[in-house]
Design a protein around this ligand. Sequence first.
Ligand code: ADP
Ligand code: ADP
Ligand code: MG
Length: 444
Amino acid sequence: MFKKILVANRGEIALRVIYACKELGIKTVAIFSEADRNSLHVRFADEAVCVGPAKSSESYLKIPSVISAAEITNVDAIHPGYGFLSENAYFAEVCEACHIKFIGPSPNVIRLMGDKASALAAMSKAGLPVLPGSEGIVESLERATEIAHAIGYPVILKASAGGGGRGIRIVRTREELATSFPTARHEAQIAFGVPDVYIEKYIENPRHIEFQVMGDNYGRVIHFGERECTIQRRHQKLLEESPSVVMSEDRRDKMGRLVEEALTNIGYSNAGTVEFLVDENMKFYFMEVNTRIQVEHPVTEMVTGTDLVKLQIMIASGAKLHFEDHLKPRGHSIECRINAEDPDTLVPSPGKITSFNVPGGIGIRVETAAHSECTVSPYYDSLIAKVAVHANSRPEAVKKMERALETFVIEGIKTTIPLQQRIVRDPDFVAGTFSTKFMDRYLA
Ligand code: ADP
Ligand code: ADP
Ligand code: MG
């Protein structure tokens, strides 16, 4: 087992990883930017190293600084969390070259899945159903028009290097394609450094359902069931749950088996998420693989009773997956993301939190690095807390979430708590009848 791990992240996920290390008896090193000097992840780690100024590109994303911090403190491994360097294949390679274990899949797998067009091709070949589309990147408007005509409008243009809901454009007509195609390439170049885009059939009222997987270094991959992540704004998740109301045990087995086979085929190891779109006839299509621990991992932990972060660490240090069989989901779990944003406009609302009360009670889990008198920085992601609940049934979980949100007090800044309250009281949400268009009624 590792003796010391550097946590290459900040906020709630850095704390989450530090907690897992403490419970495993592993020493921790935090890294922090000048803006995060007083953050809880710095306080709770055994050691902490400043890696630069507030701007991520000069601190949390700066590979030479992160590696230096790891070398000075003599760690065995780096846990990247999510976002930042977590899906950076080059960073994983540098770690390897420096004899520091990167807690995640191999650099080759990260690279293959990080390019969404190549991931689609690989996963289709490995047996997962995919949407009709360009089967690779499209370089000319002429070719894009041919493909869109062949698969039929509406279509969706996606940046191959995109993520976090960015780099996506829905196109409904040929005329729209003529303007959207060059714009999409231009935007992709600016946001991700590469202009590559690909085309997919656009599904009108889908659900987003994803499978949590874990692979060990001995060729075994198992799934931990699904998460329903259909409640989104701007293609970003707001609320997640497990299990999905539309999933039967049979369907879970069938999809889960396909996922395991496909990932075994490409030599997948450590944690990952395989995302699907599910249409109104319950046909499912592979969308992408996220090669890291995800924001919404707590709902899977709650229904399977597994600590996924500890498992990531143990597997990276050479442990075998010891599960005999798939874990059946027990009860129901829901997570709400609480962002420092105006609940109506979703404009970020950084600033000082003057009062902070975290909900408690049976079946409630709050992941946060925020506290009273702390300052939410404008430099980073606006996620400041996650509330997850676990109950015997979905109706009980919904009620519990309603109560948790009601007793979660954050003053001094605006948060998405009021928006989440509207969602959990919405009759369609309560009934489980929704698609990715659900939020349209709440947001302009
Ligand atoms: P998903 O990427 O499927 O939405 P998560 O919600 O777990 O999954 O994303 C984790 C975090 O990483 C989010 O804060 C998201 O904004 C960010 N993120 C993921 N991919 C990228 C990317 N390519 N560029 C910028 N941010 C990203
Ligand atoms: P990201 O890498 O940003 O997470 P994804 O490819 O996972 O991008 O797509 C993000 C979201 O965009 C999906 O969860 C879904 O809501 C929407 N989306 C993506 N592809 C399609 C599609 N072909 N049809 C309809 N909606 C889609
Ligand atoms: Mg995605």
